[in-house]
Design a protein around this ligand. Structure first.
Ligand SMILES: Cc1ncc(COP(=O)(O)O)c(C=O)c1O
Length: 397
C-alpha cells in the first residue's frame, strides 16, 4: 500500500548543500556529447588507449584464483601489494616511500575531498594556482575555505608569489606537470624553489600529478615528493594511464596525515573496491605500463601537434596559446575584450565546443581565456574545428 503525503516535505538542505554547484564542464559535456559536435571541451582520456583485453584477462585471473578475497570487503588503506608497487615506483625517484604512506582512493578526486575534510576549516586559507583544476576548487569549496591565488607564468607556479599570501594558510595545491587547464609544466629550478619555500613557511604542499607520465618527449620531470617527503602530499591516478572508469587513485602523505585521511575515508566509503585494486595490480605488476604509456604519449603527442599546427594556421594574430610538452590540454589567451563564454555560444552553433577559462579561477577570472583538449578528436576533425574557431575569433578581433 502506498502511503500518501498530506504534508509534503519541505526539503531543508544544509547550508553546505545549498552552496554546491555543478561543475561547468560537466554541464557543457552534456551538450557536447552529441556526435555532430567537434568537442575540444572534454577532459576525458581517449578510449583508444584503454587496455580492454589486459583488463579482461586480469579480471578473469583474479576472479578465478582469488575470487573470494576480491569480492569481500577490504581494508580502508587499500590492497597491500598495490600500495607496495606504488611505494616502490615512487621510491625510484630518490626518497624512500613506504607502503604505509600510500592510501588507495576511489579516483584521485576523492583524495581532494578527503584532504579538504581533514585540512580545511570554514574560512581557512587555501592557496591555489591561477588558474587551477576546477575539480579541486569544487572539492575544497565544500569546506568553505578562503582561496588565495598564487601567480603562474609559462614556467608554472611563481614561488615568489607564495609568501605574501601564505599567512595562516593550510595548504598549497599545485599541479606541476602538464597542468589542467593550461598544459604548462613547472620548471625544475622552480620545483626546488617551491619545495624550499613551502618548507620554510611550514606550508603543506599538494603535488597533484595525474598527467606526469604523459610527457611526449624526454623523461618525466622529477617529483617534488622525492625532494621533501615530510612536507609534500603526492596524488596519483590510474585514470590517465589505464582507464578512468575503474576510479582508482592514491595519495601519498606523511604518516600522521595519511592516518587522518584513512579515518575520513573510512567514514566516506569504508574502502575502494578490492576487486579493481587487485585487477589493476595484476595488470601492472610485470611492467605493462612501461609498454603501454609510450603508446598514449605518441597518440596524444601527435594530436597535440595537429592542433598546434592548425592553430598556427588559423588563429589570428593577438591570440596566444601554450605549447604543452605532454598531457591533454592547450590554453588559449585572447585579447581582453573577447569573452570566451560568448564565443562558446557562437561556436556551439557552428558545432564546435571548448571550455571557457573563467571557471578555473578561484578568484578574479580572466574571461578572455579558454581550454582546448585534443585527445579524443582525430587530426582531421581537429583541423576542421580549429579552422571554425579561428574564423569566429578573427571576427571578434
Ligand atoms: C588535475 C586533476 N586532478 C585530479 C583529477 C581526478 O582524477 P581521477 O579522480 O580520475 O583520478 C583530474 C581529472 O581530470 C585532474 O585533471
Amino acid at each position: 500500500m502506498k502511503i500518501e503525503n498530506p504534508n509534503p516535505i519541505q526539503w531543508r538542505f544544509s547550508e553546505r548543500a545549498q552552496q554546491l554547484q555543478s561543475s561547468f564542464i560537466r554541464e557543457i559535456l552534456k551538450i557536447t556529447q552529441q556526435p555532430e559536435i567537434i568537442s575540444f571541451a572534454g577532459g576525458l582520456p581517449s578510449p583508444a588507449t584503454f587496455p580492454v583485453e589486459e583488463m579482461k584477462a586480469a579480471f578473469d585471473k583474479v576472479l578465478t584464483t582469488t575470487g573470494k578475497t576480491a569480492l569481500q570487503y577490504g581494508p580502508t588503506d587499500g590492497y597491500m601489494p598495490l600500495r607496495q608497487w606504488i611505494a616502490d615506483s615512487l621510491s625510484k625517484d630518490g626518497a624512500k616511500i613506504v607502503p604505509e604512506q600510500v592510501l588507495m582512493v576511489s579516483g584521485s578526486q576523492q583524495a581532494l575531498d578527503l584532504l579538504g575534510k581533514v585540512l580545511i576549516d570554514e574560512g581557512s586559507r587555501v592557496l591555489v594556482e591561477t588558474p587551477s583544476y576546477l575539480g579541486a576548487l569544487q572539492a575544497f569549496s565544500v569546506y568553505r575555505p578562503e582561496f588565495a591565488s598564487v601567480r603562474t607564468d609559462d614556467d608554472g607556479l611563481v614561488p615568489a608569489s607564495i609568501a605574501p599570501v601564505a599567512d595562516g594558510a593550510r595548504l598549497l595545491y599545485s599541479l606541476p606537470n602538464f597542468q589542467n587547464p593550461t598544459g604548462r609544466t613547472l620548471s625544475i629550478a622552480r620545483r626546488h624553489e617551491l619545495v624550499e619555500t613551502c618548507a620554510r613557511l611550514g606550508l603543506p604542499l599538494i603535488e597533484d600529478d595525474p598527467y606526469g607520465a604523459l610527457s611526449y618527449r624526454g623523461a618525466p620531470m622529477p617529483k617534488m615528493v622525492a625532494m621533501n617527503p615530510d612536507g609534500v602530499i603526492y596524488m596519483g591516478s590510474f585514470s590517465k594511464v589505464l582507464t578512468p572508469g575503474i576510479r582508482l587513485g592514491y595519495v601519498v602523505a606523511p604518516l600522521p596525515l595519511v592516518r587522518r585521511l584513512e579515518l575520513a575515508k573510512q567514514a566516506a566509503d569504508l574502502h575502494t573496491a578490492q576487486l579493481t585494486q587487485m585487477v589493476v595490480h595484476e595488470v601492472i605488476k610485470d611492467g605493462f605500463l612501461d609498454r603501454h604509456i609510450p603508446t598514449i604519449r605518441e597518440l596524444y603527442g601527435n594530436q597535440c601537434q595537429a592542433m598546434l599546427d592548425a592553430m598556427a594556421e588559423h588563429f589570428p594574430a593577438g591570440a596566444t596559446w601554450t605549447k604543452p610538452e605532454g598531457g591533454m590540454f592547450i590554453w588559449v589567451t585572447l585579447p581582453k575584450h573577447i569573452n570566451a563564454m560568448e564565443l562558446l555560444d557562437e561556436a556551439i552553433k557552428e558545432k564546435v565546443a571548448f571550455v571557457p577559462g573563467a571557471p578555473f579561477y578561484a578568484n578574479e577570472p580572466e574571461t578572455n581565456t579558454l581550454r582546448l583538449s585534443f585527445v579524443t578528436v582525430p587530426p582531421e576533425r581537429i583541423r576542421q574545428g580549429i579552422a571554425v574557431l579561428g574564423k569566429l575569433i578573427a571576427a571578434r578581433m
